[in-house]
Design a protein around this ligand. Structure first.
Ligand SMILES: [Zn+2]
Length: 145
């Protein structure tokens, strides 16, 4: 039995998640693409006849993504509120006050994702890099090679 065989069904028809993901994302065009991966145990057919299932596969196998903060969006809302309030109250100072508050809030909410991306994400990526998927039963398992 291979070291890379599936712990569930003992199939040796397994592939690394990262390899599958790369194959899936590179073939997400409209054309019908069959990705042939040549492994130790022969050719392994990955993918199917439609672009949708390709991207669905890629999505399912996707690595952990960094958290994003829509700072630009918050700033736009702040600016809009500032203008709206400035017009409503005839007092630009109130508008600017709100705009500054929103900018401060935007900076505040952008901090936790930054910490996550720096401290947590690399570990999750490492874990993901060790994961294999069984192409027979779909079991995802980890190999600590
Ligand atoms: Zn299996």
């Amino acid at each position: 039995m291979s070291d890379y065989s599936c712990p569930k069904c003992q199939s040796e028809n397994t592939q690394k998640l990262s390899v599958l993901y790369a194959a899936g994302s590179s073939s997400s065009s409209q054309t019908t693409v069959g990705v042939g991966l040549i492994g130790r145990h022969g050719a392994v057919g990955v993918g199917s006849s439609s672009a949708n299932s390709q991207s669905a596969l890629a999505q399912q196998l996707a690595p952990p993504q960094p958290q994003k903060v829509e700072v630009g969006c918050l700033l736009a809302i702040g600016l809009f509120m500032a203008i709206a309030c400035g017009i409503g109250t005839q007092s630009p100072a109130v508008g600017w006050g709100i705009a500054i508050l929103v900018v401060v809030a935007a900076i505040a909410v952008s901090r936790p994702p930054a910490i996550y991306n720096k401290n947590v994400l690399p570990g999750l990526r490492d874990e993901w890099n060790k994961k294999f998927v069984c192409l027979r039963c779909g079991e995802v398992f980890k190999k600590s090679s």
